[in-house]
Design a protein around this ligand. Structure first.
Ligand code: AMP
Ligand code: TRP
Length: 341
């Protein structure tokens, strides 16, 4: 049996990249091998609120953002009857294991992490110690469940490699080279594993980018989605017919990738259909497709958010199960490290 684990931060609103790069694959893995006995895979999906406080956060908004992120998971197709949805802060084992790893991970491994450099920018001295050690907490999120598969977007590849290194180093140092923590496999699939900004094809689409016009939020209404796509940056050329015609046109290639992912086609199929046409034809088609695929999610999210008590009940049940699975791992880890117990 595969054990699937993945998480998102409850910061701002979820955007199209979160959906196409990660969330859609979470649902696919949940549904894989499904039969009358239930899901073939055991799936755990966390809302990582302890990660969210590594940058200045709004205390009034945190709990509700956690609910909203859980609602987005459910609206996108994660079924709380088959998968466990929980808040990271409700499962103390994550932070406990993170400390055991922090104390034993070389600084040099963290120095290599490019996301910290991007996020801290020029203000490295002011960035929190938590932002720096963030990938260790992420490794703990994964290893505390001995997860075998981790569906994420392309930007998390390096963090997954660190989690694998931490697992092997622990096995080597504290378990005589035998496997205690398995090697988690990244699952990075689909036509849009890295969705780029609608305004600058060299920047990742992100929920924290300043301008809202760079991204499509899962909470945007149909008019907003259409407006953002119609205003997305392209060029004076026509829609490309092959990869070669995408070269040097990152914004155009990005829109093709989004269309392909939303319509479950390859980029080649999309270019075969639209190649040679004007963007004035392609963009409205993309806008219609995006609205058709995203508005059911938006509507369902709004319905769910109208009943926060129901979401809280789901999060509580998920945390009970997550605690049951995670705490024994910390207990055993401490024993292997030689703690008094
Ligand atoms: P975050 O918003 O940083 O918590 O990311 C949650 C998940 O969404 C991770 O698996 C990311 O890899 C994925 N993700 C975030 N932004 C993008 C993007 N622009 N394209 C593809 N995947 C993304
Ligand atoms: N670091 C991930 C991101 O920013 C979120 C995350 C935290 C995560 N813990 C995780 C993803 C564990 C997968 C597994 O996108």
């Amino acid at each position: 049996m595969k054990r699937i684990l993945s998480c998102m931060q409850p910061t701002n609103r979820l955007q199209l990249g979160n959906y196409l790069g990660a969330l859609r694959n979470w649902v696919a893995l949940q549904d894989e091998g499904q039969d009358e006995n239930g899901s073939a895979n055991e799936c755990l999906y966390g809302v990582v609120d302890l990660h969210a406080i590594t940058v200045p956060h709004n205390r009034e908004a945190l709990a509700n953002s956690t609910r909203e992120t859980a609602a987005a998971y459910i609206a996108a197709g994660v079924d709380p009857d088959r998968s466990y949805i929980f808040a990271q802060s409700a499962v103390p084992a994550h932070a406990q294991l993170a400390w055991l790893f922090t104390a034993t991970t070389p600084m040099g491994w963290l120095d290599r992490m490019t996301q910290f450099k991007e996020k801290a920018g020029k203000n490295k001295e002011r960035a929190s110690a938590g932002l720096y050690s963030y990938p260790i907490l992420m490794a703990a999120d994964i290893l505390v469940y001995k997860a075998t598969h981790v569906p994420v977007g392309d930007d998390q590849k390096q963090h997954l490699e660190l989690a694998r290194d931490i697992a092997s180093s622990f096995n080597e140092k504290f378990n005589g080279g035998e496997e205690f923590f398995p090697q988690p496999e990244p699952v990075i699939t689909g036509a849009a594993t890295r969705v780029m900004s609608l305004r600058d094809g060299t920047q990742k689409m992100s929920k924290s980018a300043e301008s809202d016009m760079t991204r499509i939020n899962l909470t945007d209404d149909a008019d907003t989605i259409s407006k953002k796509i119609k205003k997305a940056k392209t060029d004076a050329g026509v829609v490309p017919s092959n990869d070669k015609e995408c070269e040097g046109r990152p914004e155009v290639a990005n829109l093709i990738g989004i269309y392909a992912a939303l319509s479950d086609q390859t980029k080649e199929q999309v270019m075969a259909e639209f190649g040679g046409q004007q963007f004035g034809v392609f963009k409205p088609a993309l806008a219609d497709l995006a609205v058709e695929k995203l508005s059911p999610i938006t509507n369902r999210m709004n319905e769910l958010m109208a009943d926060p008590a129901e979401i809280d009940a789901i999060l509580r049940a998920g945390a009970d199960k997550a605690n049951e699975l995670a705490q024994p791992t910390v207990d055993e880890t401490m024993k292997l490290m030689g703690f008094w117990s």
